[in-house]
Write a protein that binds this ligand. Structure first.
Ligand SMILES: Nc1ncnc2[nH]cnc12
Ligand SMILES: [Zn+2]
Length: 341
């Protein structure tokens, strides 16, 4: 065993109780097959699956686009404010069970407004559940609106317009969906407007796309965090820049495995990132599709890379220092990690 533990079980128990933040979670990607069936019935939506087992069997992906096709189909069962509430409440309960104290949740409004669902329906359901999670669990949250990069910048601009009445509830904007062929440069103007509105800025970059897309996210979108960032490791000058800037990377090990970004978790770059001085964090991305919530991600990557107690503590500390919480809240969470260690 690595430093700090005498057995795998001891490490698993340490991970289970380690206070952590989750910074890369698509709320639509937490839709479990059981809830998908329930909502399909509630809303009389046809889905091309006969059972929960059939849904799970369909979750075999060769790349990001394979997954996205089924992810957009899955979210089609979400119609009413209560559906978005139930989805978000279920995620918060799971995260609470994993000792998650703070969440920064992505949502994809264009995946709903394109189906005729009002922006208001989506955001009121999500925020009502986040408010209840704060009351029930003391869990804090930030909400990040993501633009779908396979759509046009004009569509993103219209989505930003729709968000204007909700500025007090939305903390950041991000960029997700099909990466290759849709570089950050395509969205330079809408992100500039989002920055002037005071939003934090994040973007998926270097998941499947080249290091150049990470450079663009930094230089053109002026991101506060990079989501994934794996392919940054192909560019030593970029690694040096990310390390010098203390840029947080929201890394998603089980997602990378399921989407074939890595062939085997033993080859996952997380440890290399930490060794290079990069501020990596561990996150679940789309947990119902990729086979595990945040603790399962910590657990799988800790086993595959034989992570030490010090490395796990660094990952949890990074999740808070890389969050959009204020300094006093960050300090409280860091003290709780110290108390656990
Ligand atoms: N891993 C991912 N990459 C890009 N877009 C996404 N949307 C949901 N999950 C995503
Ligand atoms: Zn993601």
């Amino acid at each position: 065993m690595p430093d700090g533990f005498t057995s795998r079980e001891e490490r698993a128990a340490f991970i289970a109780g380690l206070p952590k933040a989750e910074l890369h979670l698509h709320i639509e990607g937490s839709l479990e097959p059981e809830l998908m069936f329930e909502l399909a019935q509630r809303n009389r939506v046809a889905i091309p699956f006969g059972s929960v087992e059939e849904v799970r069997a369909a979750y075999a992906f060769s790349n990001l686009q394979d997954f996205l096709d089924i992810y957009y189909q899955g979210m089609g069962v979400l119609h009413r404010e209560q559906d978005f509430y139930d989805l978000t409440a279920a995620y918060c309960a799971r995260a609470h069970a994993d000792a998650v104290r703070h969440v920064e949740i992505f949502f994809d409004p264009q995946g709903h407004t394109a189906r005729g669902i009002a922006f208001e329906t989506v955001i009121t359901g999500i925020t009502r559940a986040l408010d209840d999670a704060a009351a029930s669990y003391g869990m804090t949250s930030k909400l990040i609106l993501c633009f779908l990069r396979h759509l046009s910048e004009a569509d993103a601009e219209a989505t930003l317009d729709a968000a204007l009445p909700w500025l007090d509830r939305i903390d950041g904007v991000g960029l997700d969906s099909s990466e290759v062929g849709h570089p950050p440069a395509k969205f330079e103007r809408v992100f500039a407007r989002a920055r002037t509105l005071g939003f934090k800025i994040v973007a998926h970059a270097g998941e499947e796309g080249p290091p150049e897309y990470v450079h663009q996210a930094l230089d053109l979108l002026k991101v506060d965090r990079i989501d994934h960032g794996n392919r940054s490791l192909e560019d030593p000058a970029l690694v040096a820049r990310l390390a010098a800037d203390g840029m947080t990377l929201t890394v998603c090990p089980l997602s990378n495995l399921k989407l074939c970004v890595v062939g085997d978790l033993a080859d996952h770059p997380l440890k290399t990132m930490l060794d290079a001085g990069l501020k990596a964090t561990v996150n679940s991305d789309d947990p119902s599709y990729f086979g595990g919530y945040v603790n399962a991600n910590y657990q799988a990557v800790a086993d595959a890379l034989d992570l030490s107690k010090a490395e796990l503590v660094t990952l949890a500390r990074n999740s808070f220092t890389g969050s959009f919480l204020d300094d006093a809240a960050k300090a409280r969470h860091l003290a709780a990690i110290d108390a656990h260690s």
